[in-house]
Design a protein around this ligand. Structure first.
Ligand SMILES: *[C@@H]1O[C@H](CO)[C@@H](O)[C@H](O)[C@H]1NC(C)=O
Ligand SMILES: *[C@@H]1O[C@H](CO)[C@@H](O)[C@H](O)[C@H]1NC(C)=O
Ligand SMILES: *[C@@H]1O[C@H](CO)[C@@H](O)[C@H](O)[C@H]1NC(C)=O
Length: 388
């Protein structure tokens, strides 16, 4: 119970700090941000603070390091998870269906990250053209909103399993597949606005082309006409695809903990630890990835729309980067929910060294005993796999 109260408190705190931050960053200066030069060169002038952020170590060293971590951890972990849920899970549960889709959404984003790493290491210079930039942006936000929705489904399903342990497996699987298809269609449709406007901007100083980092404002006296589409888009998505699932997740975990509290001590205690660890993982994912980025998106575009300089620009860029960490945190969710995934991870990491030793011993003993009895070798071969 304490955990859920903490979660709601933190959420209220985040909303509160966001509103005060909005008030605080509304400087008196109306410094423009990414204004198209009138000389038809197609180049964009940015204010000194933005220019400084784009040249700084934050964007050229820190962000690529985060993305490299996301790629190195996220690609194998989600790849293994997808493989486990597709081919190594004997009894398919709704939870493994949701987690397979979550892993797929993460993989679809993670495979584009090398481009992002190269972009930042290259001094934030995007040399791959507007279409690839759109793809990167589309998969980034697609993954973010997909992840929120699949985590919400998984949370509701976790509650359902505890509250209705005797409900029909086959019917539940059909519902889960239907929900997943609906989510993919929804994400596909809601990503289209991101493909309708240009994300690359040719800057004058520094002499680079940015991807999604600078919004072009065509008329400095009327920034709204250039910004309204992303402004309404991110507000709507923050309300519908972030806030609503967030509330659903909070309610689901409150009910889940209550249901576990009502169960008998002996049956509940084993489940309870795993449920608490799952909730902590989801909480961390939201605190690090989804809450800061969604709040800063709304703040950033609200400021831009009115022509205010965003003094928290480097903070805004960093929260978007942190959002990509969800691809590394999701494997922890799989770990606390799926026994198959847990066994696979233990097999891969904990037993590898043991197995190497075991293999050596087996080959040694087979050399030693092969003359005496052939069955001994095969027997020890079996124990080698089952012991892990
Ligand atoms: C917001 O700013 C106004 C004027 O700058 C000030 O009067 C008000 O107290 C501020 N509100 C908050 C919540 O800080
Ligand atoms: C910036 O790069 C363009 C080529 O993309 C080049 O034509 C231009 O001269 C460069 N400007 C400066 C100031 O280096
Ligand atoms: C960015 O890339 C463009 C095109 O490749 C190049 O002309 C420009 O000089 C580069 N800018 C920097 C700062 O390296």
């Amino acid at each position: 119970m304490d955990l859920t109260r903490l979660l709601s408190l933190l959420f209220v705190f985040c909303c509160f700090s966001a509103t005060t931050a909005t008030n605080g960053t509304r400087g008196k200066t109306r410094g423009f941000f990414g204004v198209l030069e009138p000389d038809k060169s197609g180049q964009v002038a940015v204010d000194p603070a933005t220019s400084h952020t784009l040249k700084s170590g934050l964007t050229t060293v820190f962000l690529p390091i985060i993305y490299i971590i996301v790629f190195v951890v996220g690609l194998p972990a989600n790849g293994m998870a997808l493989w486990v849920f597709l081919y190594r899970t004997k009894k398919k549960h709704p939870s493994s269906i949701y987690m397979a889709n979550l892993a797929l959404a993460d993989l679809l984003f993670v495979i584009w990250i090398p481009l992002k790493i190269a972009y930042h290491l290259n001094g934030n210079n995007w040399t791959y053209g507007e279409p690839l930039c759109k793809v990167l942006v589309g998969f980034f936000y697609g993954n973010m909103y997909c992840s929120v929705l699949f985590i919400a489904c998984l949370s509701v399903q976790r509650y359902w399993v505890v509250a209705h342990p005797l409900s029909q497996q086959r019917k539940n699987n059909k519902v889960a597949i239907g929900v997943c298809v609906a989510i993919w269609v929804f994400i596909l449709l809601t990503s289209t606005p991101l493909f309708l406007y240009d994300h690359t901007a040719k800057l004058k100083d520094p002499n680079i082309t940015t991807c999604h980092d600078v919004n072009i404002i065509h008329d400095p006296l009327d920034p709204y006409s250039s910004i309204w589409l992303p402004f309404y888009y991110f507000i709507l998505m923050a309300l519908v695809v972030f806030l609503v699932p967030c509330l659903v997740i909070i309610v689901a975990y409150i009910f889940l903990l209550r249901a576990l509290g009502n169960m008998e001590e002996s049956t509940a205690s084993k489940n309870r630890l795993k449920v608490v660890l799952l909730i902590v993982t989801v909480l961390v994912t939201f605190l690090v990835c989804f809450i800061p980025s969604n709040i800063m998106l709304v703040v950033h575009y609200s400021l831009l729309k009115d022509g205010y300089r965003d003094n928290g620009y480097s903070f805004y860029i960093s929260t978007l980067c942190l959002a990509s960490l969800n691809s590394c945190l999701d494997p922890f969710i799989y770990y606390f929910v799926s026994e198959d995934f847990r066994n696979q991870v233990k097999n891969t990491f904990l037993c590898r060294s043991n197995r190497a030793v075991e293999r050596m011993r087996v080959s040694f003993s087979s050399m030693k005993y092969s003359k005496k009895s052939k069955s001994y070798v095969s027997e020890s071969g079996n124990t080698q796999t089952s012991s892990c």
